[in-house]
Design a binder for this molecule. Structure first.
Ligand code: SAM
Length: 291
């Protein structure tokens, strides 16, 4: 069974405030962080684990059930997006919120979901199986400037290269449907993109498919309402756009004097962690506290 290793686990646990009554794991994944965070809860506390991916959530349920002797009444798993945090919390406030915003290792290893350039599958890439927009729709419907824009913004491609790639995609889709990961990869290869650059294009399409940047923005906008006094929010990001967004927003919150940044510099994994888990190599943790 593929299990996603929790990144920066010790650091995430160290930032938990004393005896929290409500912890939100906004990106439950396989529950690696949640299983350990549960141990830090106040005896009357609760942990809510969210994941937008129903399949991942089902697997998390099994992993958690196998790891705990009893199913604790303190743990609630919810199929929802962290972008809906205040709705999920209703009138309650969280003492600790964790976001670990990346894909799950399983998304790449499960070849059937279209995330990996190494496996042929339908161009899907949706975290949420109920979402209307898939990678296929983006490749089939986006106009040239929209396609070029996602390659430039999320993949740092030059305007010239981004337009060339968008033009190649549009030329091909006018001849036949671009239905699979290998269909898309073939077009990219013909534009002289190797595996590494193809993976970056796949990442751009995935970010757009799942509206990842938009979801983070919406979540950040709700933080003042979601956190209790003394409550903290820890965000692990892996993409420079996301890290920049978190940094800027945390700074704005600190300027209100109601928040204090606990990580003046990002916390990054020790090389010994990266040796054991390559997926951790670009992780950056930032934490803010409501004073
Ligand atoms: C890096 S994994 C989390 C791994 C987890 N911390 C662990 O230790 O197992 C990120 C998870 O966030 C989920 N996810 C992505 N976008 C989401 C969103 N908007 N709301 C909730 N979950 C989301 C993905 O499905 C994925 O399972």
């Amino acid at each position: 069974m593929i299990i996603h290793k929790p990144v920066l686990l010790k650091e995430v646990l160290d930032f938990i405030p004393n005896s929290p009554k409500l912890i939100i794991d906004g990106t439950l994944g396989h529950g690696g962080h949640s299983l350990e965070m549960l141990k830090k809860l106040n005896p009357d506390g609760a942990l809510i684990g969210l994941d937008i991916d129903g399949k991942i959530l089902e697997k998390a349920q099994k992993i958690i059930a196998a790891s705990l002797d009893t199913s604790p009444s303190t743990l609630h798993l919810v199929h929802d997006s962290y972008a809906n945090i205040t709705k999920i919390l209703s009138w309650k406030k969280a003492d600790y919120i964790l976001l670990d915003i990346w894909v799950n290792l399983e998304h790449f290893k499960d070849g059937s979901r279209g995330f990996s350039i190494k496996k042929n599958a339908d161009l899907d890439m949706r975290f949420d199986q109920n979402a209307k927009q898939s990678a296929y729709n983006i490749i089939a419907d986006y106009r040239l400037p929209e396609l070029a824009n996602i390659f430039m913004t999320y993949g740092d491609f030059t305007e010239k290269k981004a337009k060339e790639l968008a033009e190649a995609i549009i030329r091909e889709r006018n001849k036949h449907l671009i239905k699979t990961t290998y269909d898309l990869k073939k077009i990219l290869n013909e534009c002289w993109l190797g595996d590494k650059a193809c993976a970056v294009i796949f990442q751009c399409v995935r970010i757009e498919t799942n509206q990842e940047i938009q979801n983070l923005k919406v979540f950040l906008g709700q933080l003042p309402e979601a956190l209790s006094q003394g409550g903290r929010c820890a965000i692990i990001s892996y993409h420079s756009i996301e890290d920049r967004l978190v940094k800027t927003y945390f700074k704005q919150l600190e300027e209100t004097k109601e928040f204090h940044i606990l990580t003046p510099k990002t916390v990054q994994p020790h090389y010994t962690e990266i040796e054991k888990n390559k997926a951790a190599r670009s992780a950056k943790l930032r934490v803010i506290e409501r004073t």
